[in-house]
Design a protein around this ligand. Structure first.
Ligand code: 5AD
Ligand code: SF4
Length: 346
């Protein structure tokens, strides 16, 4: 941006009012200046959700998926990946392990694995709820009735990224899926009383800065409670294998803007960000994030849940994964979030 003052005016408006139009958002996203944006997001994070960083224990319970998202290593057509499906008892054991570590939220994530019936999932949710934790589901597109049954079984939250707000790009990258149905799911989840999370990928081929600004405005319009923003990381065995992938600064700018536009949301420093940049967790936490999602699955499965390369390797597999994350949080002068970490509960 030529005019430095214009940038500062936009950031000030955002910090004071929590509102900004598409053209101004796009200007911020193209600017190379970031310091004042990041510090404004950090101030707003502190003011609205405090210093606590909530830990959500992630369990990736099945790597089977019937979809063919162009970017994802778990897409159905990728015959190179070895698939696994955890038994209900194994899932419960992992959840109990997360609880032992003091985590107050369990996130159950999988590909769209139709062989898990909704009744079976309800039983699992119900058993985990008896451990006195919040349960988040991230298992893709279902019918309103299925969402309702899972809610009644005790599920508290649901994550379903819109991935991109641009209908044309969405449908190009998600064969056989529709943008309308994705939105229908998000509206259903909200109506049913789930704390609802969405988000997008940064750096998809064909994605423009204007589309990113539109993503932010859509999140705000939907009034979601959680937002996950991560870099697209090209993955072998997918149609996007040779593409460039997302840029860390763009991810951080999007996170900072999300925090400024939707002040009291819960927002993770994503695993993809920490894989793209070894300092990604710290950077994310300083640009508006207040959540980290340690992987609480079993080592042999973590390695197989290859939505993108690098997942389930290195630090993520360390025995002290949770302790490492906790020390990182403390070293930033932040605290470990207490309680379930619902929206608006500092
Ligand atoms: N790079 C980064 N994130 C990815 N996801 C899927 N594939 C990739 C990839 N190659 C993300 C999607 C999905 C979430 C569970 O993982 O945004 O919603
Ligand atoms: Fe399946 Fe999710 Fe991967 Fe799409 S992103 S192919 S729905 S696991």
């Amino acid at each position: 941006m030529k005019d430095k003052r214009e940038f500062e005016i936009f950031v000030n408006t955002l910090e004071k009012e929590g509102e900004l139009g598409k053209v101004s958002l796009a200007k911020i996203l193209t600017s190379e200046k970031t310091d004042s944006l990041y510090s404004a997001a950090d101030r707003v994070r502190k003011k609205f959700v405090g210093d606590g960083v909530h830990l959500r224990g992630l369990i990736e319970f099945s790597s089977y998926c019937g979809n063919n998202c162009f970017y994802c290593g778990l897409r159905a057509a990728n015959s190179k990946v070895k698939r696994y499906r955890m038994q209900p008892d194994e899932i419960i054991q992992c959840a109990a392990h997360a609880v032992k570590f003091g985590l107050k939220t369990v996130v159950l994530q999988s590909g769209e694995d139709k062989s898990f019936g909704v009744n079976e999932l309800c039983k699992i949710v119900n058993r985990i709820k008896s451990m006195d934790v919040a349960v988040t589901l991230s298992i893709g597109e279902l019918s309103r009735n299925e969402y309702s049954l899972l809610k009644n079984a005790g599920a508290d939250r649901y994550l379903l990224r819109i991935e991109t707000s641009n209908k044309k790009l969405y449908e190009k990258l998600h064969p056989g899926m529709s943008h309308e149905n994705r939105l229908r799911c998000l509206y259903n989840l909200k109506e049913l009383g789930y704390e609802t999370g969405t988000g997008c990928l940064i750096g998809l081929p064909g994605q423009t800065i204007e589309m990113l600004a539109e993503d932010l405005l859509l999140f705000k319009k939907l009034g979601v409670d959680m937002i996950g923003i991560g870099p697209f990381i090209p993955c072998r065995g997918t149609p996007l294998e040779y593409e460039k992938g997302g840029n860390v600064e763009t991810v951080l700018k999007m996170m900072a803007l999300a925090r400024l536009l939707m002040r009291d949301i819960n927002m993770p420093a994503t695993t993809a960000l920490s894989i793209k940049d070894s300092d990604g967790h710290r950077k994310g936490l300083c640009c508006g994030a207040n959540v980290v999602m340690p992987n609480m699955g079993r080592t042999e499965y973590k390695k197989l849940y290859k939505i993108y390369p690098g997942k389930g390797e290195g630090l993520i597999n360390s025995k002290n994964h949770v302790d490492d994350i906790k020390s990182k949080i403390i070293s930033l002068g932040r605290k470990i979030g207490q309680g379930y970490g619902n929206r608006n509960k500092i």
